[in-house]
Design a binder for this molecule. Structure first.
Ligand code: KG4
Ligand code: ZN
Length: 363
């Protein structure tokens, strides 16, 4: 196989990222991967502000790309193509990345490859572990939540997903309601370890309905009510109350994800895949209780479980460069007409999902 070296550019949410990935006959190699986060910029507003994100991407992308090339020890003319996230995401940021990629391609004559951000996440198990098609992917982050059967570089079946918020948003909101720091996931997880998950009976949304769709916005409201109930009773929250609320919340998310994963596996296994695999991606996949539950569900179904290193589970440009390599091998390039898209579902055949979260449009 021809050795390919691609620069990837990612700017669809609140991380400005650039990376260089190379692949020949063997496994792909990440030559560099630079991620410049924007947490501090958005912190005062309690969520990602699209205009601030877009401006920060526009200001930082050049330097980010220069750093990725320097760390890889390469110049632009040594690359085979430029891959860039062309959607879905916050449109100002996506446009910044696409414009930069087009500029580089116009100046160098390199081919331009537009990548779907979700395809980047979905193909990560191939970048890290050479996973064989078809595998099942659970993408759980602050902006996404969906089950995808990955049949090929461009072939995805969405088995289900959230109809409202992503689980990461629910973790972040729960943390906010309880006065814990952002991002909420790690803080809630730490509290939950000290708490009693059976103290508050929170709902398990959509478990009573067939299929793999999920809902997390009701859980946020349930936590708010439970908190207010305790505050009304004792005029304040003790450390134990807080821990019990976190444990009860996390247990509800774990139960929903575990049961929906069981169902998704059933659908996936019906096609008798040769090397059955469930892979996770997204920041929420860092949660140890969620990971343990998914691992257990997989063990019961005799399916391998793969959680790539966290830096490659969360937003990064190495996954975009790698997805670009897969498209390049199929001979699929874009032209200067490549458009930035706020919405871009991977599975064009499934009905699109409702809602738009704090981190942008959900595909
Ligand atoms: O994938 P990611 O870095 O960014 C996007 O969503 O784009 O995911 C961030 C989300 C945040 O909502 C954060 O609270 C959540 O992942 N998260 C966690 C944990 N670590 C991060 N949620 C639950 N438990 C964790 N340990
Ligand atoms: Zn993402």
């Amino acid at each position: 196989m021809k050795t390919l070296t691609l620069l990837g550019i990612e700017s669809s949410c609140d991380d400005t990222a650039a990376a260089v990935v190379r692949q020949g006959d063997g496994p792909a190699q990440i030559l560099s991967s630079v991620v410049l986060g924007q947490n501090a910029l958005h912190q005062p507003f309690g969520g990602v502000v699209p205009e601030i994100a877009a401006r920060a991407h526009a200001e930082r992308l050049d330097g980010c790309v220069a750093q990725a090339l320097a760390e890889a020890g390469l110049a632009l003319h040594q690359l085979d193509a430029i891959a860039v996230t062309a959607g879905p995401g916050l449109i100002g940021g996506v446009i910044s990345g696409v414009m930069l990629a087009k500029g580089i391609c116009a100046a160098t004559g390199l081919p331009l490859i537009g990548v779907n951000h979700l395809a980047g996440h979905a193909l990560t198990p191939r970048l890290t572990d050479g996973a064989r098609f078809p595998y099942l992917m659970l993408l759980v982050s602050g902006g996404h939540c969906q089950f995808l059967v990955v049949h090929g570089p461009q072939e995805f079946t969405r088995l289900g997903g959230t109809i409202d918020d992503a689980p990461g948003e629910a973790f972040d909101k729960t943390a906010r309601l309880l006065g814990l720091p952002q991002p909420g996931g790690p803080a809630v997880q730490a509290q939950a370890a000290q708490g009693d998950a059976s103290r508050f009976a929170l709902p398990r949304p959509l478990l009573d309905r067939p299929g793999c769709d999920m809902s997390f916005s009701g859980l946020k409201t349930a936590i708010l009510r439970a908190r207010d109930g305790v505050v009304a009773e004792k005029s304040g929250l003790t450390r134990q109350d807080r821990a019990d609320l976190c444990a009860s919340f996390q247990a509800a998310v774990v139960d929903v994800l575990a049961e929906k994963t069981r169902r998704a596996l059933q659908a996936y296994l019906a096609d008798a895949p040769v090397a059955p695999l469930l892979a996770v991606a997204g920041g929420v996949a860092a949660n140890t209780a969620i990971r343990a539950a998914l691992q257990e569900v997989c063990a019961q179904a005799d399916v391998a479980f793969l959680a790539p290193p966290l830096a490659l589970c969360t937003d990064n440009a190495a996954m975009i460069a790698y997805a670009g390599i897969e498209r390049f091998r199929l001979g699929q390039y874009d032209t200067m007409a490549l458009a930035a898209r706020p919405r871009w579902p991977l599975d064009q055949h499934s009905p699109s999902l409702l809602g738009s979260g704090k981190k942008g449009a959900k595909a």
